[in-house]
Ligand binder design. Structure first.
Ligand code: HEC
Ligand code: HEC
Ligand code: HEC
Ligand code: HEC
Ligand code: HEC
Ligand code: HEC
Ligand code: HEC
Length: 357
C-alpha cells in the first residue's frame, strides 16, 4: 500500500495488476485439498461453462496414461521410432524396456491433451522420467520429445530425461488442479488431473455453501474469484502463470532474443503495440477461457481487431489495405518450432515484406 501512494497512475495500475495476479496464484494453488470440490460440483449451477470446459484441451492436459490416446499409441507402435525401446502392457501398466537397463520404466501419466502433442511420464525405480518420445498429432505418431537431445549417449538417456522433484512438481502445477506442495516436496493425493475450474477460480467449497444457503448473489460472487473482473494486464498474468510471462528486461522484440518465445502467447501479446498503446487487450478479447481456440479462419478474431481498429469509434489508425477481411494472415502469422510443433505469433504487428505466410 505504501508503495502505491508514491507511484504514478500508470505504475499504480501495474502494481494493482501484479498484486491481483499474485493473490490469484496464491489462492488458486496453495489451498488445502479439502477446499477443492472438483468441476463436477459446479455443473449443476453452471451447466454451460461445465459442458464447454470439460470438453476442452485444458481439462485433458493431464491424464493417467492407461486408457489415454497416448497409451494406445505406444502399445500400437510396440517399439520406439528408432527401434531401441519396447512398449508393453503388463498387469494394467504400460512399461518401456531398454535391453541393457535392468528394470523397465513404469509409465504413469500422459502430459498434454494431444492437440499438438502428448508426452509420457513415469517412474524408473523411484525417479520420475520424461520419455524421449512423444505423440505428435502433426507427425501422426511418435517423434522425439521437443527439447530432448536427438542422440542419446547412455542406455538411461535412451529412455528419457530423469527429472528432479521441483521440475516435476512444476509440470503438475501447470497441467493439473489442487497440487499440494511445499518447497520441492509435493503430494499427488487429492490432485485432479487437467486444468479444471478451480485452477483458475480458486477452491469452490465456500462459494457453493453460500449459494446453497441462498445468500444474496453479491455474497455468493464474493466467495469465488472471477478473473473477468480484473484489469487486462492482471488477466494476462493469470493466463501467463502457465503460458509464461516475459523475463525481466526482455525487450519489445522478444522473438529476436529467443525464437522459442513464440510459443508463449502472453510474451508476444504484452510486447505488441496493441497492448502497449491500449493496455486494454487481454487473452479474453479473442479466447473463451472455457473453450479451445477457434480455428484461425474464424472471422471472430478479426472482429476483435475491428473492435479497436475502426476510425469512427476510437482514435486508432486503421489499416488502409483492408477493412473487412481476415487480418490474421498479414498480422498474426504461424511459426514452426519443429516440423510438428506450430504456434501463433501473438505479437500482433506488420511483418517485413516477403515474410508473409
Ligand atoms: C448451488 C449453485 C452453485 C454452484 C454449485 C456453483 N456456483 Fe458459481 N455461482 C452461483 C451463483 C448463484 C452465482 C452468482 C450469480 C451469477 O453470477 O450467476 C455464481 C457465480 C459464479 C461466478 C461469477 C462470480 C462473479 O464475480 O461474477 C463464478 C466464476 C463461479 N460462480 C464459479 C463457480 C465454480 C468454479 C463452481 C464450482 C467449484 C461453482 N461456481 C459452483 C451458484 C453456484
Ligand atoms: C494451470 C495452467 C494454465 C492456466 C492458468 C491457463 N492455461 Fe491455457 N493451457 C494450459 C495447458 C497445459 C494447455 C495445453 C492443453 C493441451 O494439453 O493441449 C493450455 C492450452 C490453451 C489453449 C489452446 C487450446 C487449444 O488446444 O485450442 C488456449 C487458447 C489457452 N490455453 C488459453 C488460456 C487462457 C486465455 C488462459 C487464461 C484465462 C489460460 N489458458 C490459462 C495451461 C493453462
Ligand atoms: C509454467 C507452466 C508449465 C510447466 C511447468 C509445464 N507445462 Fe507443459 N504446457 C504448458 C502450457 C501453457 C502448454 C500449452 C502451450 C504450449 O504448447 O506451449 C503446455 C503444453 C504441453 C504439452 C503439449 C505439447 C506441446 O509441446 O505443446 C506437453 C506434452 C507438455 N506441456 C508436457 C509438459 C511436461 C512433461 C512438463 C514437465 C517437464 C511440462 N509440460 C511443464 C504449461 C506448462
Ligand atoms: C483457464 C482458466 C479457467 C478455467 C479452467 C475455468 N474458468 Fe471460468 N472463467 C475464467 C475467466 C478468465 C472468466 C472471465 C470471463 C470473462 O469475463 O469474459 C471466467 C468466468 C466464469 C464465470 C462467470 C461467467 C460470466 O458470464 O460472467 C463462471 C460462472 C465460470 N467462469 C465458471 C467456470 C466453471 C464452472 C469452470 C469449470 C467447468 C470454469 N469456469 C473453468 C477462467 C477459467
Ligand atoms: C484493445 C484494442 C486493440 C485491439 C483489440 C487490437 N488492437 Fe491493434 N493496436 C491497438 C493500438 C492502440 C495500436 C497502436 C496504434 C498507434 O500506434 O497509433 C495498435 C497497433 C496495431 C498495429 C501496428 C503495429 C505496429 O507494430 O506498428 C497493427 C498491425 C495492429 N494493431 C493490428 C491489429 C490486429 C490485426 C488486431 C486483431 C488481431 C488488433 N490490432 C487488435 C489497439 C488494439
Ligand atoms: C487478437 C486475438 C488474440 C488474442 C488477444 C490472444 N490470442 Fe491466442 N490465438 C489467437 C489465434 C488466432 C490463434 C490460432 C487459433 C488456431 O488456429 O488454432 C490463437 C491460438 C492460441 C493458442 C494455441 C497455440 C497457438 O499458438 O496457436 C494458445 C495456447 C493461445 N492462443 C493462448 C493465448 C493467451 C494465453 C492469450 C493472452 C496472453 C492469447 N492467446 C491472446 C488469437 C488471439
Ligand atoms: C493483405 C494483408 C493485410 C490484411 C489482410 C490486413 N492488413 Fe493491416 N496492414 C498490412 C500492411 C502491409 C500494413 C503496413 C502499412 C501499409 O502498408 O498499409 C498494415 C498496417 C496495419 C495497421 C497499422 C496502420 C499504421 O498506419 O500504423 C493496422 C492498425 C492494421 N494494419 C490493422 C489491420 C486490421 C484490423 C485488419 C483486419 C480487418 C488488417 N489490418 C488486415 C496488411 C494487411
Amino acid at each position: 500500500m505504501v508503495l502505491m501512494l508514491h507511484a504514478g497512475r500508470k505504475s499504480k495500475r501495474r502494481i494493482l495488476a501484479l498484486f491481483l495476479a499474485a493473490l490469484f496464484v496464491s489462492i488458486a494453488s496453495a489451498c488445502r485439498a479439502a477446499d477443492f470440490v472438483g468441476s463436477q460440483a459446479c455443473a449443476q449451477c453452471h451447466p454451460s461453462e461445465f459442458r464447454k470446459q470439460s470438453a476442452s484441451h485444458h481439462a485433458h492436459s493431464l491424464q493417467p496414461i492407461e486408457g489415454s490416446l497416448l497409451g494406445a499409441a505406444l502399445l500400437k507402435a510396440g517399439h520406439s521410432p528408432d527401434g531401441r525401446l519396447r512398449y508393453e502392457e503388463n498387469a494394467g501398466k504400460i512399461l518401456i524396456y531398454e535391453e541393457s537397463v535392468p528394470q523397465p520404466v513404469v509409465l504413469e501419466w500422459a502430459f498434454g491433451a494431444g492437440a499438438q502433442g502428448s508426452t509420457p511420464v513415469g517412474l524408473l525405480g523411484d525417479q520420475l522420467i520424461e520419455h524421449r518420445f512423444s505423440y505428435y498429432s502433426r507427425a501422426g505418431g511418435l517423434a522425439p520429445t521437443f527439447g530432448h537431445v536427438s542422440r542419446a549417449s547412455t542406455p538411461i538417456a535412451e529412455l528419457g530425461v530423469l527429472q528432479d522433484k521441483r521440475t516435476v512438481s512444476n509440470c503438475f502445477n501447470c497441467h493439473a488442479t489442487g497440487l499440494q506442495r511445499s518447497g520441492s516436496e509435493f503430494r499427488l493425493t487429492g490432485l485432479r488431473p487437467g486444468v479444471q475450474c478451480e485452477r483458475c477460480h480458486g477452491p469452490g467449497s465456500t462459494h457453493i455453501q453460500a449459494a446453497e444457503r441462498g445468500t444474496s448473489k453479491d455474497e455468493v460472487r464474493r466467495e469465488i474469484l472471477n478473473p473477468g473482473r480484473f484489469p487486462a494486464r492482471a488477466q494476462i498474468e493469470i493466463c501467463g502463470g502457465c503460458h509464461r510471462l516475459p523475463m525481466p528486461g526482455m525487450g519489445e522484440e522478444p522473438e529476436l532474443e529467443d525464437p522459442v518465445t513464440v510459443r508463449f502467447a502472453p510474451i508476444g501479446l504484452l510486447a505488441s503495440r496493441c497492448f502497449r498503446a491500449s493496455k486494454t487487450i487481454s487473452c479474453l478479447a479473442c479466447h473463451d477461457p472455457h473453450s479451445d481456440a477457434r480455428p484461425r479462419g474464424d472471422f471472430s478474431y478479426s472482429e476483435a481487431c475491428l473492435g479497436c481498429h475502426v476510425t469512427d469509434r476510437k482514435p486508432v489508425k486503421l489499416c488502409r489495405r483492408v477493412q473487412k477481411a481476415n487480418c490474421l494472415p498479414c498480422h498474426m502469422q504461424q511459426a514452426q518450432l519443429e516440423s510438428y510443433l506450430q504456434f501463433t505469433d501473438h505479437r500482433i504487428r506488420v511483418y517485413p515484406v516477403n515474410s508473409r505466410r
